[in-house]
Design a protein around this ligand. Structure first.
Ligand code: SF4
Ligand code: SF4
Length: 388
């Protein structure tokens, strides 16, 4: 008979099972109160979580993993590489603007499936053990727990770094009532490097290890709903969904362990998508083409909004017809307004003609303001509207 306090299976066996279930690395972390509670509270009270209010909830559990359920003693943390993938680029001009983790199918399903297998294996061997799995869905400080479990050291870009895995990997956890021997955390891996802090296009790092989400591209083009304030339109540069800049420049990502999971590659039905295709997507096509894609988090309206902004930042004339169609055919005023802004940034006679015609037909006050701003900018007058 197995008891929770005297397991017959050692931590090493759990970690081997995790690898057999398809994870790249595994480690055990101690369940003790967070060492960073004060920093997290300060970060939240300074509003650096932007509109992500869910981060304020369930703070007691978040800051102490042993509260996840009564009797929780240890956490088995796992890591799965999502990049680099062979042939991961895609041919459409959408893909350079999509963060690597979002190019394939939603990682939650893959991670949860493998964690469920691992849980089953634990339950078979130790039927009295209580287990609970998480993948980025509960009040869990995943990164800190994984660091305790030796799966990486937190970098100045706030990502977890691993000597072989770089930072392109996902995290999952199984909390358990079993008392397992914890792993040893890794030492700092950044040293005097500041590459990520210097490369961030929006200066989103207020200090090493401290990110202000209100300036982070990934917040704006994934989490934010509604129109982009004017500064955010330029901040997102050419990123349609997420941003990888502070990971791309990290020396630990020069040659990380390649991802093996085929569903993380861009599927054929999305591989050739360009920004123009995004603007022309019907709801039915969107549902079919983006089935199982993490990009759905932005919703169709958010994806189209992001695409118009990237078009405006790329300033390519080839985008003018699709943007003009959006100006006249789109029901959503936010999208008509962003199309006007993008046309104003691209300029040229065709864009000016579309903007002038829309000005005579448009009824929405916010869109009219965008149109006037875009036309004024083209005429060398008031540069842009002051939305937001
Ligand atoms: Fe800066 Fe992009 Fe990193 Fe956000 S994801 S901190 S915008 S480099
Ligand atoms: Fe650390 Fe340099 Fe990587 Fe930033 S780029 S996380 S400072 S090693």
């Amino acid at each position: 008979m197995t008891t929770d306090s005297s397991p017959l299976v050692s931590a090493e066996v759990f970690k081997r099972w995790a690898l057999e279930c398809g994870f790249d690395r595994a480690g055990v972390g101690e369940l003790a109160p967070s060492a960073h509670g004060d920093s997290l509270r300060e970060w939240l009270s300074a509003g650096r979580h932007a509109g992500m209010r869910y981060m304020e909830r369930k703070m007691e559990e978040r800051l102490d993993g042993s509260r996840i359920f009564p009797g929780a003693r240890s956490v088995l943390c796992v890591a799965l590489q999502y990049a680099p993938m062979e042939d991961a680029e895609g041919s459409g001009d959408l893909w350079p603007g999509v963060a690597r983790y979002a190019r394939g199918d939603d990682y939650h399903e893959t991670m949860i499936g493998r964690l469920a297998l691992l849980e089953e294996r634990i339950q078979e061997a130790l039927p009295d053990a209580i287990t609970r799995r998480y993948v980025d869905t509960g009040p869990v400080l995943e990164r800190e727990l994984a660091a305790r479990a030796g799966l990486g050291a937190v970098g100045k870009n706030t990502n977890l770094l691993h000597p072989e895995g770089g930072s392109y990997f996902l995290l999952g956890e199984i909390f358990t009532s079993l008392e397992l021997a914890p792993d040893v955390p890794l030492a700092d891996m950044c040293g005097s490097c500041t590459a990520c802090l210097e490369a961030c296009p929006t200066d989103a790092f207020v200090a090493p290890y401290q990110l202000d989400s209100r300036r982070c591209i990934s917040y704006w083009n994934i989490e934010h709903r509604g129109p982009f304030p004017l500064p955010a339109r330029k901040w997102v540069e050419e990123w349609v969904f997420g941003c990888d800049v502070c990971q791309e420049v990290c020396p630990w990502n020069a040659e990380p362990t390649p991802a093996r999971e085929a569903s993380f590659a861009i599927p054929e039905r999305r591989r050739h998508l360009g920004l123009v295709d995004i603007l022309r997507l019907s709801r039915d096509d969107y549902v079919e083409i983006f089935r199982r894609s993490p990009i759905k988090r932005a919703k169709l309206a958010g994806l189209k909004r992001n695409a118009t902004v990237v078009m405006g930042n790329r300033r390519r004339r080839e985008y003018v017809p699709a943007l003009s169609d959006l100006l006249f055919l789109e029901e959503e005023p936010v999208l008509r307004g962003h199309a006007a802004w993008a046309l104003g940034r691209i300029g040229g006679e065709e864009a000016r003609t579309a903007l002038s015609k829309a000005l005579t037909e448009e009824a929405d006050g916010g869109v009219l303001e965008e149109l006037e701003g875009a036309l004024a900018g083209l005429s060398g007058g008031r540069a842009e509207p002051t939305v937001g």
